[in-house]
Design a protein around this ligand. Structure first.
Ligand code: UDP
Length: 393
């Protein structure tokens, strides 16, 4: 497709979910701080959570495809996103397209870049369970690795996984995880804002500070159904001994069962999805975090809070190996045993909190930007609206 815009004006970021907002914001900020243009396209995968999380970093999407509908299948989402994003790549001719992680948005962005023959950069590359779960994320991340030109692996372990799959070693860089950068940025903002701290204290005043605090999140597709019920039953029992705080993921398969099993129970605090600073504030204060999330497995240990992973397999095996996190699965009895043991053993919790953190020092975004600029050059946003008009928007 012809384009009026001169080539290589921008670095094009494609993203659509809350974790992508958290983990790409530091890269966008670092790129702009170096005087290069970052153009962010939102796919619409998380309609509210994505813009809200971006706003916490002072960012807004430059364009919103708004393509996703509630409860749309991943396959239909990919089918809509790829041609729209390929048109945008053809119109903008970006210096590179950047995707992060393993979502449908990232997979679609990668395919669009590949079809439009734009250079592709993958942030948080090389995470593997070696299993079909989490589905479809493991499939997405493996496929993206086959298409990307630059791979930013958070750990040496992730880099080794990429090499085993035949990715050229000189295209792989170990930088740490940009999620740790985001955490540092936000923790510093919180620490410097007494008003925000006071407001959060008021907001969560209903949590009984005399009891242990168990902060839980659960959303993975493979944990929907019976496995979710089994986790919720464990939380219901644990509410006798601890405060349970559970921000409910908006996926429709999660909210119904959570409200049915835990709604109205004393000691249980069911909350809407929290803004990132509020969630961070709770992670800092939690006795234990119970989660099937990917990012939370990295963040809680970085704040010194031990993590129990509500999954059978994890692509963050570094955290299990270092002792930050324990893999407990979703069986009620296993969760009860693990939580009861740790609540009764401050020494074991202290050892988990003190274990070495495998996910980097919080300077991943700076390293990523240096390497991208060295490889693809500076970019300057001249006329994106004209390019968008060419793409038919
Ligand atoms: N998070 C948040 N509010 C919440 C729950 C999580 O801001 O109520 C953040 C969390 O700190 C992490 C990200 O959302 O940065 C993780 O998102 P999610 O668990 O949805 O995705 P995953 O990491 O599993 O891909």
């Amino acid at each position: 497709m012809a384009t009026e815009a001169p080539p290589e004006e921008v670095y094009l970021f494609v993203a659509g979910t809350r974790p992508e907002a958290v983990k790409l914001s530091p890269v966008i900020l670092a790129l702009r701080a170096r005087g290069s243009a970052a153009f962010l396209v939102a796919t619409g995968q998380h309609r509210e959570l994505f813009p809200e999380t971006l706003a916490g970093f002072g960012l807004v999407a430059d364009h919103d495809l708004g393509i996703m509908q509630r409860a749309q299948s991943p396959a239909s989402v990919i089918g809509l996103l790829v041609p729209a994003l390929a048109d945008l790549c053809a119109a903008l001719r970006p210096a590179a397209v950047i995707v992060q992680g393993d979502t449908a948005s990232a997979f679609a962005g990668a395919q669009a870049a590949a079809y439009a023959r734009c250079p592709l950069v993958h942030v948080e590359a090389g995470l593997r369970t070696g299993h079909s779960d989490p589905f479809p994320e493991e499939m997405h991340r493996r496929a993206i690795a086959q298409m990307a030109d630059l791979h930013f692996a958070p750990t040496a372990h992730a880099a080794a996984a990429l090499r085993r799959e035949g990715v050229a070693p000189h295209t792989i860089h170990v930088t740490g995880n940009t999620g740790i950068d985001a955490l540092h940025l936000t923790a510093a903002r919180l620490a410097g804002d007494a008003g925000l701290q006071a407001a959060l204290g008021m907001r969560f005043a209903g949590i009984d500070a005399r009891r242990p605090l168990l902060l839980a999140t659960i959303h993975r597709r493979e944990n929907h159904g019976e496995r979710l019920d089994s986790v919720l039953l464990a939380l219901a029992v644990l509410a006798r001994a601890a405060e349970i705080v559970l921000p409910i993921h908006p996926h429709p398969a999660v909210a119904g069962p959570v409200n049915a099993v835990l709604g109205g129970l004393p000691g249980v605090h069911l909350l809407p999805p929290l803004d990132y600073p509020a969630f961070l504030w709770l992670m800092q204060r939690a006795t234990l975090v119970l989660t099937d999330s990917g990012g939370v497995q990295e963040e809680a240990p970085a704040l010194g809070t031990p993590v129990l992973v509500l999954r059978d397999v994890t692509e963050r095996s570094e955290g299990i190996a270092s002792g930050n996190a324990r893999l407990v699965g979703t069986e009620t009895a296993d969760i009860l045993a693990a939580v009861t043991e740790l609540l009764g053993d401050a020494g074991a919790r202290g050892r988990m909190a003190a274990a070495a953190l495998p996910y980097g020092a919080g300077d991943a975004a700076r390293q990523i930007v240096e390497i991208m600029l060295a490889r693809f050059g500076q970019s300057r946003l001249v006329a994106p609206p004209a390019a968008l008009a060419v793409a038919g928007w």
